[in-house]
Design a protein around this ligand. Structure first.
Ligand code: ZN
Length: 344
């Protein structure tokens, strides 16, 4: 009951990459970099286990960014000539690679870190991939014709590749494959119209559990400013949750603590496991176990206990390492407190 998980990313140690950045530069290259990525993955597995997190992950230590990490193994993408593009409906500019030809996987994307993590933890292992709609919103299209039709075609092309990697991850022993779709909170009608279908294509035939993470983004300034203009009630989830409830995806990860998301929207996910965000990623203030337990109690009014998984609101990647470590501990301690209060 109340098993804890993290949304996905964790800060990179200073010997691996630049710190407190969303697109950090690596500190080494070649075999040295591979070794450093593996060491950081092992380090974070140990930290998660020691904190008492139940469903652990690789902390995305082997990828520069949650979207571009996957794209590095996709043929048809020109990484050498990135262009500036407004992403998430022009919330902020990013340097993005260009899709210049038919998309194809050059090989496995995350085999080494998934197998390494599997070999070194007995806990349940969750592995994250970007969702097709969010990928489409983080690349520049020079091949699929642009416009809405082009975006849909490109999304399903990416979904096919994601499915190949997701199946391979399940074969590597991953227990949960999670697709990150922050774009679902930005383009709500597109998400309902074709985003969920593309997501289901990415998850097709998976024998492990499947999840989707939908958030209001990392705790960076552009996102905090955007949230400031969303009003008193954030009802974005209201549009996409009913479509997800009808989908074959098993679990949904959402933002809750210190957001303006009305808790009753979780009811729209009837029948799904709900990973409830009880840790804020936009503040360095460490949650108390009492605050975490209180958020869990609020969610419990709308989600059955056996389907409630306390989680972080989003990834912790751009945070300071010691802050992230303290937040992991708060997450586990708060869940333990809630377990003591609510039963088994
Ligand atoms: Zn997120």
């Amino acid at each position: 009951m109340f098993e804890t998980a993290i949304a996905g990313s964790l800060p990179k140690p200073s010997w691996l990459a630049e710190t407190e950045k969303l697109w950090p530069e690596w500190k080494s290259s070649g075999a040295d970099l591979d070794r450093a990525k593996a060491d950081a993955t092992l380090l974070w597995l140990k930290v998660q286990e020691d904190a008492g997190i139940d469903v652990v992950g690789d902390g995305e230590q082997a990828r520069q960014h949650f979207v571009h990490g996957f794209l590095t193994q996709v043929e048809g993408i020109d990484f050498a000539h990135k262009v500036k593009m407004g992403i998430r409906d022009n919330r902020y500019d990013a340097m993005v690679p260009q899709v210049v030809g038919p998309l194809r996987l050059a090989g496995r994307v995350h085999a080494s870190e998934a197998r390494l993590a599997r070999a070194h933890t007995g806990r349940r292992l969750k592995f994250t991939l970007p969702g097709p709609m969010t990928i489409v919103d983080t690349v520049a299209d020079r091949h699929y014709g642009g416009g809405k039709e082009g975006r849909i075609r490109m999304a399903f092309a990416f979904a096919e590749l994601l499915n190949q990697e997701a199946r391979a991850l399940a074969a590597d022993g991953v227990d949960i494959v999670q697709f990150d779709e922050p774009a679902f909170n930005v383009y709500m009608s597109d998400a309902v119209e074709w985003g969920v279908a593309a997501l289901e294509r990415a998850a097709e035939g998976l024998t492990c559990k499947t999840a989707v993470h939908i958030c209001y983004g990392y705790g960076i300034k552009a996102n905090i400013d955007w949230k400031g203009g969303l009003g008193e009630e954030w009802r974005q989830y209201e549009q996409v949750f009913p479509a997800l409830a009808k989908s074959r995806i098993d679990q949904v990860s959402l933002e809750c603590y210190r957001s303006h998301v009305p808790a009753e929207l979780m009811r729209l996910l009837d029948g799904k496991d709900v990973m409830v965000g009880v840790i804020d990623v936009a503040s360095d203030v460490i949650e108390t176990p009492e605050q975490v337990a209180s958020t869990i109690a609020t969610a419990l009014r709308h989600v059955p206990a056996e389907r409630l998984f306390p989680c972080t609101n989003c990834g912790l990647a751009p945070m300071r390492r010691e802050v992230a470590e303290a937040k992991l501990a708060a997450l586990a301690e708060g869940a333990a407190l809630a377990r003591a209060r609510h039963g088994r």
